[in-house]
Structures are given as structure tokens and as C-alpha cells.
Design a protein around this ligand. Structure first.
Ligand SMILES: [Zn+2]
Length: 286
């Protein structure tokens, strides 16, 4: 029964999310190298590349293959970054670390979950984290080379990525912001970590983790204040990747669909509305 439930749960969350996808250039030196549902981005540079997110454990070989398809070498990845320590974004990090020899930077507040490879350590999951005790959501814990806090800048040659800790979904959930050049213009790309609140997670006393409510509030305003031009996210459907890729080139001279500040702001608004509804409902129930 438990095994059947586990298999069904795994299949449900993985459907369409670990299927190989064609890698492509988003803009400038920014490439998509992830799977159909879980994102992975490669930012290339003359002194080494930066790779953001490792997908599920089984996504890692797809990412390595995608990097090769684009003509780059996994061994030239110097830094590995992560949005948050959940198995669908951190699962492949250890294999990618082994294949690249890259240094892995982890958000201080996600270190505990990342170093254990266990969702059961993540209080932001609420009661769902106990499903992790059945071994679900386990991932190979990677070696943590560097730890960072909010506002830190990761540099590799001319590449510069700023860590904006947008906590709530996990305590260390990190949205990465970095400049990319497109048609002689410098644009800011922002990879939104996640603003998803899991079901049954308490935002009122006792909070799922102390400060979860204020963390979410702060994350909405942090993201809104960023002058994002290119909207990216840890799941492809959140930023409409497939649709944008199809739309691209439809109208000659049109603005690239990946330049999408409106979509970025709408995503934050939607997430905040869902959060407010959940909060109101929990306050009424109290
Ligand atoms: Zn997550």
C-alpha cells in the first residue's frame, strides 16, 4: 500500500518533468539546458560557465547531454547554483558536481536540507514533509563548497549573479538575478525560485517555521522591486517557456517573447493572491 502510494506520488510529480528537451539559446550567453518541466540554465563565460539547478537525480545526464549538444563542455562549468533544496531542482546536483568538478554554492538557510538530501528536514513543506520519512523526495546529497546569504554576488570572470533570498517555499529559496546582453542592450534576467505555498502549511501560529509569513511577504516585494526584463523560473510552465519558444520568430521585428516584464509581474501577483487567500482562510479558521 505504502509502496504503491510512493510510486503513484513519484509518477505524479515527475510526469513530463524529466523528459529530455531540446536545449536552446534564451538570449545572449544564456541557454536553456533543462528538462520539459524542471528548468536548468547555463550562463556561459570566457573563464567558465555557471549552471543553475540540477533537476531530479535522473535529469543530470539530460543536462550534461544538452550542454554538449550546444557545443559546450560540462567540464567548463565552474560554478553550480540552485534555486532551492527540493529533489526536483537539487536532485541532479551531486552527479553534475562529479561530472564538472564545479564548486557548489548553497543558500545558508537551505544547507540543512541540502546536506541531508531529505525533504523530511524541510519544515516549509508542513505535514507533507513526513511523506519524506517514507524515503520519498530523497536525493543524493551533494558536497557544499560555499554558503551564501541574501544579496551576495557570485562572480566567475565577467559573469555576475546576485542571490536574492526569496524565502517561504523553502527557507533559503534563491532567485538569481544577472545581466545578459541582447542586441547590444543589457537586460536583467531573473530566475524566480518559487512562491508556491504547499497545502496544509501553517502561516498562523504556530507557523510552519517561525517567520514563514513575513518571509513570503518580503519575497513578493523583493521580486517586484527587481527591474527584471527576462522572466525565468524553476518550472518551465511558470514562465510559459514552450509557448514563448513557439511564438518566437512568428512576427519579424517583434520583441522577443522572453523579454516579459508583464508576465513576470503577473506571476508575482497571482502567487501573492493565492497566499493572501490561504492566509485569510487560516485566520478565519483560528
Ligand atoms: Zn520546491
Amino acid at each position: 500500500m505504502v509502496l504503491g502510494l510512493g510510486i503513484a506520488w513519484r509518477a505524479a510529480i515527475q510526469t513530463g518533468r524529466s523528459v529530455p528537451d531540446e536545449p536552446f539559446r534564451v538570449v545572449g550567453n544564456l541557454y536553456y539546458v533543462g528538462a520539459t518541466g524542471v528548468s536548468s540554465f547555463l550562463l556561459t563565460g570566457p573563464e567558465g560557465h555557471v549552471l543553475i539547478d540540477g533537476g531530479y537525480p535522473e535529469t543530470a545526464p539530460l543536462i550534461i547531454n544538452s550542454i554538449a549538444k550546444l557545443g559546450f563542455d560540462i567540464a567548463d562549468v565552474g560554478i553550480l547554483l540552485n534555486s532551492h533544496a527540493h529533489s526536483d531542482h537539487a536532485g541532479g546536483l551531486r552527479a553534475l558536481q562529479e561530472a564538472s568538478g564545479a564548486e557548489l554554492w548553497v543558500s545558508e538557510a537551505d544547507v540543512e536540507v541540502m546536506s541531508s538530501g531529505r525533504h523530511s528536514r524541510d519544515r516549509a513543506l508542513g505535514p507533507i514533509r513526513f511523506v519524506g520519512l517514507l524515503g520519498l523526495g530523497r536525493f543524493p546529497a551533494p558536497r557544499i563548497d560555499r554558503r551564501f546569504e541574501d544579496g551576495e554576488i557570485v562572480r566567475l570572470g565577467p559573469l555576475e549573479l546576485t542571490a536574492h533570498v526569496t524565502a517561504g517555499h523553502t527557507r533559503g529559496c534563491t532567485s538569481w538575478a544577472f545581466p545578459v546582453v541582447h542586441e547590444d542592450r543589457e537586460l536583467l534576467a531573473v530566475n524566480v525560485c518559487s512562491l508556491r505555498l504547499f497545502p496544509f502549511v501553517s502561516l498562523v501560529e504556530p507557523e510552519a517555521y517561525p517567520g514563514i509569513r513575513s518571509d513570503f511577504e518580503r519575497s513578493f516585494s523583493t521580486l517586484r522591486e527587481l527591474p527584471a526584463d527576462i522572466f525565468l523560473a524553476s518550472h518551465t510552465d511558470w514562465f510559459g517557456m514552450r509557448r514563448k519558444l513557439c511564438e518566437r520568430g512568428d512576427t519579424p521585428g517583434a520583441v522577443d517573447p522572453f523579454i516579459d516584464r508583464d508576465g513576470y509581474l503577473a506571476f508575482i501577483d497571482e502567487a501573492e493572491n493565492r497566499f493572501r487567500e490561504a492566509l485569510e482562510e487560516q485566520q478565519q479558521r483560528k
